[in-house]
Design a binder for this molecule. Structure first.
Ligand code: AMP
Length: 227
């Protein structure tokens, strides 16, 4: 199994790129944000614990997030591997993930840092919305549905915006990113696993750069060059 982490600020394009890698490489996107939103919307015990942190742009406590993500990993049947999107976000989460993967005879193969300047992120996040049915992502400025009001992927006409994408909450999320998550880059750099990509390029160009990084990993080569 290949395990890749996409690291970057909110709005850098982690989710978009993770979905492209899913299609191209048959890896599985593992988004802690999606898992927590699902738990929050269903009103589960975990969701109730996470809600207030998520709503005001803070991080959900490590033990809560780790429980959700590890439950998923424990239930996972075999597969080609995972793209971690939004997890880990703290050094404690990273250390817990290393231990968990070691138990399974796996490891983190690559950490791709997607770099985007803060002033660009606010604009990106303010314009984004997703299909309410299938989750396909769109943007007011950068990515319209081919037919306005209709999802390209599933044809639904219902779209939604995240409540934590308002400018004030975004500022808080960016602050948390710089203070708590950026130190993770150093954590993984010490382990020699980090590649940085310019996330201000187009979706297609960022995706090509990802391919260049991943092609060097054992087991990925044929899929990237063939797809
Ligand atoms: P995201 O969709 O990745 O932007 O996550 C949305 C929100 O979920 C974040 O602002 C946090 O409140 C929470 N969250 C997601 N992943 C994590 C994580 N790994 N650690 C702590 N909180 C998280």
């Amino acid at each position: 199994m290949i395990n890749v982490i996409l690291l970057g600020p909110p709005g850098a394009g982690k989710g978009t790129q993770a979905k492209l890698l899913e299609e191209k490489l048959g890896l599985k996107q593992l988004s802690s944000g999606d898992m927590l939103r699902a738990a929050r919307d269903r009103g589960t015990v975990v969701g109730q614990k996470a809600k207030s942190y998520m709503d005001n742009g803070g991080l959900v406590p490590d033990d809560v997030v780790v429980e959700v993500v590890f439950e998923y990993l424990d239930e996972q049947k075999s597969g080609r591997g995972n793209i971690f999107d939004g997890f880990p976000r703290t050094v404690e989460q990273a250390a817990a993930l290393d231990r968990k993967l070691a138990e399974k005879g796996q490891r983190i193969d690559s950490v791709i840092v997607i770099k985007v300047r803060d002033d660009r992120l606010v604009e990106r996040i303010a314009g984004r919305f997703t299909c309410a049915k299938c989750g396909e992502g769109y943007h007011d400025k950068f990515k319209h549905p081919a037919v306005d009001g209709t999802c390209d992927k599933c044809g639904s006409s219902e779209f939604k915006r995240r409540p934590d994408d308002d400018p004030e909450t975004v500022k808080k999320r960016l602050k948390v990113y710089h203070e708590v998550t950026v130190p993770l880059i150093d954590y993984y750099q010490k382990r020699g696993k980090v590649a940085a990509i310019d996330g201000e390029l187009s979706i297609e160009d960022v995706s090509r750069e990802m391919d260049d990084v991943l092609v060097s990993l054992e087991g990925v080569e044929t899929s990237v060059s063939g797809g």
